[in-house]
Design a protein around this ligand. Structure first.
Ligand code: KG4
Ligand code: ZN
Length: 345
């Protein structure tokens, strides 16, 4: 089954072709970073308009690279939420209309399920069951996963998402949008022992997260150095490193706790923050000590992309998923309300 995947939930237009028999055939991405940089964040209306401009050429490019004609497609999967509604509507309206014109099924995919399943595109995919840590710009979720569509929410962020905390902290360190990867780069040259920021909500039991207080602690430290005239490049790097260590250790503590609570050995990390090298290294080292294993996607499949949507859609369409012709998108959409694959039979 050949499935075209379309991702337009935020500031990246992603398109891919996944074949259930032969795997990922082609994928292309257009990032809107340059468009939004001057505003210091994503401007929803500009994002929607750019998706309109980019989508069709990207689809032509992917089909061309895969050597597949439009009429050879068996299904179309598009991100239906969660995300910016205007941006989602571009992919949803286009995907559903194209599918209708070709007489093939279309399916609205949950963006976070796409992230969660992205490591399945790699050479050594995780076997079910596993615990998944989903860390993106909009969500921080710990989920117990027994199969595609069988998700039990274990914990989530009560305020800022992990990626959001990276972006906001980067901004107050004077780094341009999108700050997460830039902060991580700056942190590489920082001294991990100079600043010790709190590990929020780790001293009490539970699997929820809170990152907004951490960001405030960094703000206070930065302001102190600004006033004293000591906010040198070295200090900024040390603050970045201290912040990164705090987030990474907090995430690691909760992951270990979730694995123990669920009796699992495999941990999947997915979403933009799972591209963070320090997070990967710390989790790998800590889980190796207890006989656990960490799985993640290549960096370009950690952040938003069309391949994960094509894959998640293909798994569901293959199982017999079908939807009415209505174009439905959702700004909010709880992951644990998705149907398991057996429900399509
Ligand atoms: O999954 P994603 O591409 O988009 C959403 O669904 O939100 O995640 C984007 C988030 C941003 O907050 C970005 O700063 C963060 O992932 N991110 C990183 C890194 N790469 C991306 N955060 C820390 N370290 C990185 N290397
Ligand atoms: Zn995402």
């Amino acid at each position: 089954m050949r499935v075209l995947g379309i991702e337009t939930s935020c500031d990246e237009t992603g398109v891919a072709l996944y074949d259930t028999a032969t795997g990922l055939r082609a994928q292309a991405l257009h990032s809107q970073v340059e468009l939004h940089t001057v505003y210091g964040g994503v401007v929803p209306e500009l994002a929607s308009r750019d998706h309109v401009r980019r989508l069709l050429p990207l689809i032509e490019q992917v089909l061309g690279e895969a050597g597949v004609a439009r009429t050879e497609l068996d299904g179309i999967a598009y991100t239906a939420g969660p995300g910016l509604v205007g941006a989602l509507m571009v992919g949803a309206a286009f995907g559903r209309s194209l599918a209708w014109s070709l007489g093939i099924p279309a399916l609205g995919v949950h963006h976070m399920e796409g992230h969660l399943l992205a490591p399945m595109l790699e050479a050594d995919p995780p076997a079910f069951p596993f615990v998944a840590l989903l860390v993106s710009g909009g969500h921080t979720l710990l989920v117990d996963v027994t199969d595609v569509g069988r998700y039990q929410l274990l914990g989530e962020s009560l305020d800022d998402a992990a990626g959001e905390a990276f972006d906001k902290t980067a901004k107050l360190l004077g780094l341009p949008y999108p700050g997460g990867p830039q902060l991580a780069r700056l942190a590489e040259s920082g001294d991990p022992s100079r600043f010790r920021f709190p590990r929020p909500m780790t001293a009490r039991p539970g699997l929820d997260f809170s990152f907004s207080g951490l960001k405030t602690r960094v703000l206070l430290e930065v302001n102190k150095h600004k006033e004293a005239g000591t906010l040198t490049d070295a200090t900024r790097a040390d603050v970045a490193r201290g912040f990164e260590e705090a987030v990474v250790e907090t995430l690691a503590i909760k992951c270990e706790r979730a694995l123990a609570a669920q009796g699992r050995e495999r941990l999947v990390i997915a979403g933009g923050v799972s591209a963070n090298r320090r997070l990967r290294a710390v989790l790998e080292a800590r889980l190796a000590e207890v006989g656990g294993e960490v799985f993640y996607a290549r960096p370009e499949f950690c952040t938003d992309n069309g391949a994960m949507i094509a894959y998640a859609g293909a798994r569901r369409l293959e199982a017999g998923a079908h939807e009415a012709l209505a174009i439905v998108t959702r700004a909010r959409w709880p992951l644990d309300t998705l149907p398991p694959l057996e429900e399509y039979a």
